[in-house]
Design a protein around this ligand. Structure first.
Ligand SMILES: Cc1ncc(C[n+]2csc(CCOP(=O)(O)OP(=O)(O)O)c2C)c(N)n1
Length: 402
């Protein structure tokens, strides 16, 4: 656990010691979870061979308190970096421009999945990938500076949100081309196989991405060569304003795994522990040389497809959008993955309410400090337009208008 999180020494105790602490006993908690999972059927599994207990129960056995707190911290960072960015953008004082896609509401998918990875594993991200960057250890200052198009940004101010990359952390990049993350991750998985390392490679994609040929290429080659590949579909129900059912006949997109005889799972994307648990299993399979897994996490975005229609400074969620009902938005907000995770940690005695509040405040401060860092950073150097690309020499301006 980072020493900056302000949680008590409780968070470093073992699972057994945790049972002795105030809060719900772990076994009781697991029983409750099992009942919830069975009662309302919050998740289904395509591969019924694994239909034993709820996913969450397994996750709690495997995660230390330190890891649980770290997951909560990353969810908060993702949530508040985007929330406060939205507020700053709408306030207008920074004259921000460009394009961002918020993943508020979907954080449990990225944070849950990436908690199951090692530092040297790879992820290939989407246009909606801020949470994935943060989960993989992305730096808030460099992220903010990239949004402000400053030279201290991840892409030195030349990329903006959709190109943020950090190969030193296995982050192969956010990507504005829907579906390409699958083939990039499959390529990295092939490289892992050739080099014979124990890494895995994870592709994130939206529900729209499964309708691209790259998805099939990745899954087919992954199955053929038994690549250490995991494909995670964040099914938020929409492709811009088009509902998923308008573009794909399957109720569960994970069913597509059957065609290549690889495991396919559907998981509750609002439940970070469930996502962690199913990903962990896929990671073990991949590291054992058994090949790919397809995971579909059902989730929802609380804001518009991109930017901030229907959003207001200080208001949580976007409303009045023409393609979806406010009732649905409220219902999903009531199933907020971060509130849910916080309640779990408190029930387990991993955090107190006060400690959780303290973490929220600390994250907000850190986010605002990253905005100041961005504001104070220098612009990219005008003469550096051809730096960091493969082309050499001069580029006549007329070439761009021919
Ligand atoms: C190859 C390609 N086609 C079309 C687009 C335009 N586009 C951007 S996002 C998007 C919808 C993507 O939906 P989904 O994959 O479900 O992801 P979500 O936005 O819901 O996270 C589309 C069609 C694009 N960026 N790339």
């Amino acid at each position: 656990m980072s020493d900056t999180l302000h949680v008590s020494e409780k968070s470093t105790v073992s699972n057994q010691e945790r049972d002795k602490q105030p809060g719900m006993r772990r076994r009781t908690f697991l029983k409750t979870l099992g009942g919830v999972a069975a009662g309302v059927g919050i998740m289904s599994k395509i591969d019924l061979a694994h239909a034993a207990n709820g996913w969450n129960a397994g996750a709690l056995d495997q995660l230390s308190n330190e890891q649980l707190v770290d997951m909560y911290d990353k969810m908060l960072k993702s949530r508040w970096w985007e929330e406060l960015l939205k507020d700053a953008w709408l306030a207008g004082e920074d004259d921000l421009y460009g394009y961002v896609h918020l993943s508020i509401g979907q954080e449990a998918v990225s944070i849950g999945a990436i908690a199951a990875l090692n530092e040297d594993d790879f992820i290939a991200s989407t246009h909606r990938g801020h949470a994935q960057l943060i989960a993989k250890g992305g730096d808030l200052n460099k992220m903010s500076a990239e949004i402000w198009f400053k030279s201290t940004g991840y892409n030195k101010g030349y990329g903006g949100s959709m190109h943020i990359t950090d190969t030193s952390k296995g982050i192969l990049g956010m990507n504005g081309i829907v579906g390409s993350s699958h083939i990039l991750a499959a390529g990295a998985a092939y490289g892992i196989k050739v080099r014979g390392t124990q890494q895995v490679s994870v592709a994130f994609g939206g529900d729209g991405s499964v309708n691209q040929g790259w998805f099939y290429d990745a899954l087919r080659n992954g199955a053929l060569y038994k690549l250490p590949l995991i494909i995670i579909i964040e099914n938020n129900g929409w492709q811009v304003s088009n509902p998923t059912e308008n573009t794909n006949p399957l109720k569960d997109l994970a069913t597509m795994a059957k065609g290549f005889e690889v495991p396919g799972y559907v998981v509750d994307g609002q439940d970070a522990l469930a996502v962690y648990s199913v990903t962990k299993q896929a990671v073990e399979r991949a590291r054992n040389g058994e090949g790919p897994t397809l995971i579909e996490a059902k989730t929802y975005r609380f804001y518009d497809h991109a930017m901030f229609a229907g959003a207001k400074v200080g208001q949580f969620g976007a409303f009045g959008l023409p393609y979806r009902s406010d009732k649905d938005v409220h219902a999903w907000i009531a199933n907020d993955p971060i509130e849910k995770f916080r309640a779990t940690l408190i029930a387990l005695g991993v955090l107190t309410n006060e400690q959780a509040d303290e973490m929220v405040q600390k994250v907000k401060d850190e986010v605002l400090a990253s905005f100041d860092y961005a504001r104070q950073s220098p612009d990219p150097d005008e003469d550096a337009g051809l730096a960091n690309v493969y082309a050499e020499g001069k580029v006549a301006a007329s070439q761009f208008f021919a």
